[in-house]
Design a protein around this ligand. Structure first.
Ligand code: GLN
Length: 511
């Protein structure tokens, strides 16, 4: 019908349904995440170490489950149904987060008494979010790819627009939820995140007619059939919802998450090898290999980048002079600079790639630039700390970090999402998108272990000594500076080989 053919800014209207849905989903996701380390360390009196590791476990599961969510969508539900189910889980999870119970107290002898019931509600809420993101995140990205036929030159810019939606959500979330949470009470910040997700769900459900029938199940008969007297579709929802109980336990154990990541990574790798060996040949096989190598390098990128929600957030709270142009920002609000720079620079980068024409770097080179930039971002903080003398570090340096990190992100993330939908065989796009996020999952885990290099003991309840604290952040940032640059150079050396394996998809990628 004419409705479905209508475009806005030259893109299918469905893109904007996905844009606003993902905007609200990320609003809820980042609003909550911005508060997490402070909620844990200041309200439940977690140590830096255990707070970082909990965030690492949670975030790792959040990004690991999309492999399963992607797989189930490819094989059974289709993207649309998976997204709705994920959205419902997310609304419930964020609402659960708004229950905070009692603050932990510390006795004179240093013993900490925590509200265990509140903590269990909290862990269960996290697990609902894990299942929710698992069904929503990768699938909504795959659905963006489905809006364009193969070879459609608008695909890359479609992803750029979509990526701006992600960050529009993140921008408002880190300003509003961080402000509410840090100033008025954690519940307010978390509840605001839940309201956002609810709006996202409504947006998606009401926008169905613009999706041109895309993202539907490939096996509707199978879904409609019954097993054990229940419709298969409902069995899938039921089993998936019950898996929240499993993640409820997992999120509380860093060890367990480490195993899940190793097993999921290993199995995914074997499946890719099996699929490439039995179902693909020639060009298609090469392209899948190229994609897999690129994905491995994203692990390093995100492990550095994701310091934002742990070490960098605590750094902003403790060591940063948070005055920006006369405004005193909360620590969490600094996260909004990443999103702000994405929104401002995404169109610039999209334009730049086109403008560079035949000098446009191929995807592998772009990824290596990203790694170098994320390393340089930490260089900015090393410099900032060095120049701070005995006082706090000027806000400028952290803002510069986010600027460099954002430029890196723009050379890797939207380009990468688009590459996934082009380099993977159609039958496993959902799964490969899941693998893309599985790499982020490992990064989140590694990031939290790295963040612990700079953890500070605040168990005596006193503000940490500024100079000692600076030294431990310095150690971490120096290390990350060299890591980013080292891996960036390595990838640069490998890039000609990867380019060959892509067989010109790259040309089209840079349209
Ligand atoms: N910030 C982006 C998002 O939320 C990328 C996250 C990631 O892949 N690590 O979608």
């Amino acid at each position: 019908t004419s409705l479905q053919k209508e475009t806005i800014f030259g893109h299918p209207k469905g893109l904007f349904i996905l844009f606003f849905t993902e905007m609200w989903e990320r609003f809820s996701f980042y609003g909550m995440k911005a508060l997490l380390i402070f909620y844990l360390t200041k309200y439940h009196l977690f140590s830096d170490d255990s707070g970082n590791l909990l965030i690492g476990s949670y975030a790792a599961l959040v990004y690991a489950v999309p492999v399963i969510g992607g797989f189930i969508a490819d094989k059974y539900l289709g993207f649309r149904k998976a997204i709705i189910f994920g959205g419902i889980m997310l609304v419930l999870g964020h609402l659960g987060m708004a229950y905070e119970g009692n603050a932990a107290t510390q006795s004179m002898t240093g013993e900490i008494v925590r509200d265990n019931f509140a903590l269990q509600v909290f862990y269960f809420s996290l697990s609902l979010i894990i299942v929710g993101v698992g069904f929503l995140k990768a699938n909504i990205s795959s659905l963006v790819g489905e809006l364009y036929v193969k070879g459609d030159a608008r695909r890359d810019s479609g992803f750029t627009i979509f990526y701006m939606g992600i960050n529009l959500g993140s921008f408002f979330a880190t300003i509003i939820c961080a402000w509410l949470g840090e100033n008025y009470g954690w519940s307010y910040g978390f509840a605001a995140a839940g309201v956002g997700m609810f709006l996202g769900l409504i947006t998606f459900i009401s926008g169905k007619r613009f999706l041109e029938g895309k993202g539907e199940s490939l096996v509707p008969e199978l879904l409609a059939k019954t097993s054990f007297g229940i419709k298969n579709e409902w069995l899938i929802y039921g089993a998936s919802a019950l898996s929240a109980f499993f993640f409820w336990q997992m999120v509380q154990s860093h060890e367990a998450v480490s195993w899940i990541l190793k097993i999921a990574g290993g199995l995914s790798f074997l499946y890719i090898v099996y699929f490439a060996a039995t179902q693909l040949s020639g060009k298609e096989r090469d392209q899948l290999i190229a994609l897999t190598i690129l994905i491995v390098f994203t692990i390093v990128f995100w492990a550095l980048f994701e310091q934002a929600y742990t070490s960098l957030n605590l750094f902003a709270d403790r060591i940063l002079d948070r005055n920006v142009l006369g405004f005193e920002l909360t620590a969490g609000q600094f996260l909004s600079f990443n999103a702000l720079f994405i929104i401002l620079l995404a169109p610039v980068f999209a334009w730049l790639w086109v403008k560079l024409g035949k000098y446009n770097p191929n995807t592998a080179v772009k990824f290596s630039i990203a790694l170098i930039l994320v390393g340089l971002g930490f260089g900015s903080l090393v410099l900032g700390i060095n120049l701070s003398d005995t006082g706090k570090v000027a806000a400028f340096w952290l803002i510069l970090t986010y600027l460099l990190h954002t430029c890196g992100e723009l050379s890797l993330s939207p380009v990468g999402l688009s590459a996934v939908t082009k380099l993977s065989p159609v039958k496993i796009v959902g799964f490969m998108m899941g693998v893309w996020f599985l790499a982020t999952a490992s990064s989140e885990f590694i990031a939290s272990v790295l963040a612990n290099i700079a953890s500070i003991d605040t168990s005596n309840g006193l503000a940490p000594d500024l100079n000692l604290a600076k030294q431990s952040y310095m150690k971490l940032f120096e290390y990350l500076f060299y890591t980013g640059i080292g891996f960036g150079l390595l990838l640069l050396i490998l890039s000609p080989v990867i380019k060959k394996l892509m067989h010109g998809v790259d040309k089209e990628l840079n349209n």
